[in-house]
Design a protein around this ligand. Structure first.
Ligand SMILES: [Zn+2]
Length: 437
């Protein structure tokens, strides 16, 4: 495809008007102000007038099948939310009935609609989610939460041991590297020491990453210190070798200055989830301190029971505003820094070094915004307009590895009507099972 006469955010996220961007196969092969010679090699020509082209977005914390719980668990304190509402619902979800597959598929449709090509996902029935990702043509780092066992358990006796073997054999780096399999350490409070150490060993053995929840709530953070001689979750994880493999740490709400230094030195990525943190009243992560220390900061939507939208631009807006308000400092968190979180930093957190940048030689993970709207006029600074004025639904095209997966209301790989129908069917089955007790 040749994007012609289109405004772009270039490899430095600088705004350039009326550019030409050529895509061949899965890669960007031309960027310039002049129309390239031999345009036939790019195939379809896309008229870019009134449009903005930039890197697509990378969502670094999701629980995709939780779209089944969107709007189901509201206005509850965290422990009640988990124990009385979320976990009982999840306990009735059945992989064989397609509950996880269709929940994941709906999440994928929503993410594509909002400009995401890739997501880092933690949940159960991971083979079905990997299958959904392959079918949708998206990218994902999937891990299976069944290592969450609360009391010390022999990993090899759990069904997840067999499942992970299958996942690593069938799906790790499948689809030209689009799908990756990670190991899951759900959290310090849900995963005992021996299991954490085993997950680290499995990740090392398969060249995989680790996806963890870390210091999400004050209670989790403080109780960890009580359990482990004053060690914070970050220090506890590090002592068990977690940070010796690429780690994606979700939330990081209560990380302390020493934790931040540790994360920076070990290359731990922080996935910030401001919408979830506000809805569950978890708190404010020290984002500017992490950026200043050199931590790779990224954005996640979290599960749909605590957000309740995959509209990641809304999370970006929230993050920027909340951080300023909380710090009483309007000069922190520049719009460009937030765009880096959404793009190149997110890709890096997923081990996708060739993604997240609009530049020749990079993978063609691209998104087109309609900027011919009242709310995008005038333009003093395009990153500012994107973070504070644009809507996620202004996305009109989402391309992953050179393939157009969403364009003008149409999905190339997802039957959206069937997906919505199946999700409603799945929800009905779970609610019925809950009533039966
Ligand atoms: Zn989470």
């Amino acid at each position: 495809m040749l994007f012609a006469n289109i405004d772009i955010l270039d490899e430095n996220l600088d705004y350039q008007k009326a550019q030409f961007v050529g895509v061949e196969g899965d890669a960007i092969t031309y960027v310039g102000a002049q129309e390239p010679a031999d345009v036939a090699r790019f195939g379809e020509r896309y008229d870019g007038s009134g449009k903005l082209l930039m890197s697509a977005f990378y969502n670094t914390h999701a629980h995709t099948p939780m779209t089944l719980l969107r709007g189901y668990a509201e206005n509850q304190p965290l422990q009640q939310w988990l124990n009385e509402t979320v976990w009982p619902f999840e306990g009735k979800m059945e992989g064989e009935k397609g509950h996880h597959y269709w929940g994941c598929m709906l999440s994928q449709a929503e993410m594509l609609r909002y400009g995401m090509v890739s997501y880092t996902d933690m949940y159960f029935v991971t083979d079905e989610r990997c299958r959904a990702t392959m079918e949708a043509g998206m990218k994902a780092n999937h891990c299976d939460s069944a290592t969450m066992c609360f009391v010390e358990t022999d990993y090899d006796t759990l069904p997840v041991a067999e499942l992970n073997k299958k996942l690593f054999a069938e799906y790790h780096n499948a689809g030209d590297g689009r799908v990756k399999v990670d190991m899951c350490v759900h959290g310090e409070y849900t995963t005992p020491q021996g299991m954490i150490e085993r997950c680290v060993a499995e990740a090392k053995a398969h060249g995989a990453g680790l996806h963890v929840h870390m210091s999400e709530t004050k209670a989790e953070h403080e109780e960890c210190k009580e359990r482990h001689n004053g060690m914070t979750p970050a220090q506890w994880f590090d002592s068990l070798g977690v940070f010796d493999v690429p780690t994606n740490a979700a939330h990081c709400t209560y990380v302390e200055p020493d934790d931040i230094a540790l994360m920076a030195s070990k290359g731990v990525s922080a996935s910030l989830n401001p919408a979830s943190n506000m809805k569950l009243a978890s708190g404010f992560a020290p984002v500017q301190a992490m950026i200043d220390a050199g931590v790779n900061c990224t954005l996640g939507t979290d599960g749909m029971a605590s957000n309740n939208t995959h509209n990641i631009l809304q999370s970006a807006y929230l993050l920027a505003c909340l951080q300023k308000g909380y710090a009483l400092d309007p000069a922190i968190i520049a719009p460009k820094e937030v765009l880096q979180m959404l793009t190149v930093n997110g890709a890096r957190a997923q081990g996708r070094e060739d993604c997240g940048v609009l530049a020749v030689g990079k993978k063609a993970d691209l998104v087109v915004f309609d900027i011919d709207t009242p709310w995008m006029c005038p333009v003093y600074d395009m990153p500012t307009n994107l973070i504070y004025s644009a809507n996620g639904a202004d996305v009109v095209l989402t391309m992953c590895d050179g393939a157009v997966l969403y364009k003008d209301g149409e999905y190339a790989t997802i039957d959206i009507e069937k997906t919505k129908h199946e999700v409603v069917r799945c929800v009905g089955e779970v609610l019925e099972a809950l009533q039966e007790g």
